[in-house]
Ligand binder design. Structure first.
Ligand code: HEM
Length: 401
């Protein structure tokens, strides 16, 4: 992060040039020495936690949050809960370090006469950090906000990515190398340990506290998603990962193709698929809701058996009318369902009619809608993540074909 309010070295130096100390180091040490007589312990603390150390801690925590944030998009099984613990505890740690940093530079920031270009960059980065933190905390506290058609969690994601770009750009352009004394000091270790323990304690206390206060936040699933219309047929929210909006598929002409490494390629109409198998599964959308339904259709495993997977077949690609696709290991795919009905109703168009994938334990964007093709391959599908974005730009994705 830009060192907020930090003046360039060489201006108003307190020590000799070439001493290896930057301005804040010198000011910190100077203040520490002045304070030493009256506040011995605190003075030592000031000296041990360098401004550069603080800035690198901020950058490391932002990196941790962006990384864990991106991992949350793929975490849907209870065994993945640790990702959210890291994200939530890391967020509290970042809040503590930002508070420490603002306390340190606050006096300079409120004196606009001392501002320069770096102060502006620092202020912008601080605003971005606070916006990302604020949107996350608002979400986990139960605030339900939609701005320009996008929910709070989507905005949180966008702010997180903007912050990652801004911190990455800053590191590439002007980061000062981290030095031994920025890291190795008993008090620095205690400082870091205190922040980590504080983050974990805040995470542990959060849900019980929210329940006690009667806040909606206490009703979040471990993924941070809120409950929505379980066992109510098509009534649960219909969302798209980016903006797929295909025209309704003609159910009479519909054919589900099964191809790739199979002995007998298939082309099956809706009657041939049927709705004889049932699976109760929770759709957990990265947009922030979860809904449990009884889905009915045909097991993907049974369909693959009908087509006969060849010995080299190891991955199953599920492809939408829009070009959107996702790939799953064969073993996992066998346990999935191609649903034509939800509860007692046929699937609605918004929910992927006539056929959508039900992939228990996977996040909602991997439950491919408007499925028209299944392919068996020897390898996974590195192009799948990109397909989920460009599918919104295809003619079929825009509903024009
Ligand atoms: C870039 C991708 C990111 C994604 C996909 C993401 C996703 C999430 C999710 C799903 C939650 C809800 C977790 C829960 O309710 O327990 C959350 C919470 C939160 N996130 Fe992020 N996040 C991202 C980046 C960031 C960044 C960069 C920051 C900080 C600068 C941040 C700060 C927070 C905070 C403060 C919370 C609330 C934690 C709590 O109160 O439990 N996130 N985030």
């Amino acid at each position: 992060m830009p060192a907020l309010g930090e003046a360039p070295v060489g201006r108003g130096e307190l020590g000799r040039r070439g001493s290896g100390l930057d301005l804040e180091d010198r000011e910190g040490i100077h203040r520490s020495i002045l304070a030493a007589g009256s506040r011995g312990g605190l003075a030592c603390f000031n000296r041990s936690v360098t401004p550069r150390g603080t800035d690198w801690s901020l950058a490391a925590l932002v990196a941790l949050l962006v990384l864990s944030g991106v991992l949350t998009l793929f975490a849907g099984r209870p065994g993945d809960a640790w990702v959210f613990v890291v994200h939530d505890a890391g967020a509290v740690a970042l809040l503590l370090v930002v508070g420490w940093k603002l306390r340190r530079v606050g006096r300079r920031v409120v004196r606009p006469r001392g501002w320069d270009r770096r102060t502006a960059a620092g202020l912008a980065a601080t605003a971005l950090v606070l916006a990302a933190l604020g949107s996350g905390i608002a979400w986990s506290s139960g605030v339900d906000l939609v701005v320009a058609g996008f929910g709070l969690l989507n905005w949180h994601f966008v702010l997180g990515l903007l912050l990652a770009l801004s911190v990455g750009g800053h590191l590439a352009l002007r980061a000062k190398p981290v030095r031994r004394r920025d890291l190795v000091h008993r008090r620095q270790f205690l400082h870091a340990a205190g922040i980590a323990v504080g983050g974990l304690a805040a995470w542990r206390a959060q849900r019980p506290l929210e329940a006690w206060l009667g806040w909606r936040g206490a009703r979040r699933r471990f993924t941070g998603s809120y409950p929505a219309d379980s066992f109510a047929g098509n009534a649960f929210p219909a969302t798209s990962w980016v903006a797929d909006r295909p025209a309704p598929l003609d159910q009479g002409a519909y054919r589900l193709r099964v191809a790739g490494l199979v002995r007998t390629p298939l082309g099956l109409g809706l009657d041939a698929l049927g709705a004889r198998e049932e699976l109760t599964a929770t759709l957990d959308c990265t947009g922030g809701f979860h809904s449990t339904q009884r889905w009915r259709g045909i097991s993907l495993g049974r369909l693959l058996d009908r087509a006969g997977v060849q010995a080299e077949g190891a991955h199953v690609r599920v492809i939408s009318r829009t070009g959107y696709r996702w790939s799953f290991p064969l073993r996992e795919a066998r346990g999935m369902l191609l649903a034509t009905r939800v509860g007692e109703e046929p699937l609605s168009h918004e929910h992927g009619a006539p056929v959508r994938l039900v992939a228990r334990g996977r996040r909602g964007f991997q439950w491919v809608k408007w499925v028209v093709r299944i392919e068996v391959h020897a390898e996974g599908d590195p192009g799948a993540p990109a397909s989920t974005v460009w599918s919104s730009l295809t003619r079929a994705g825009r509903g024009e074909a």
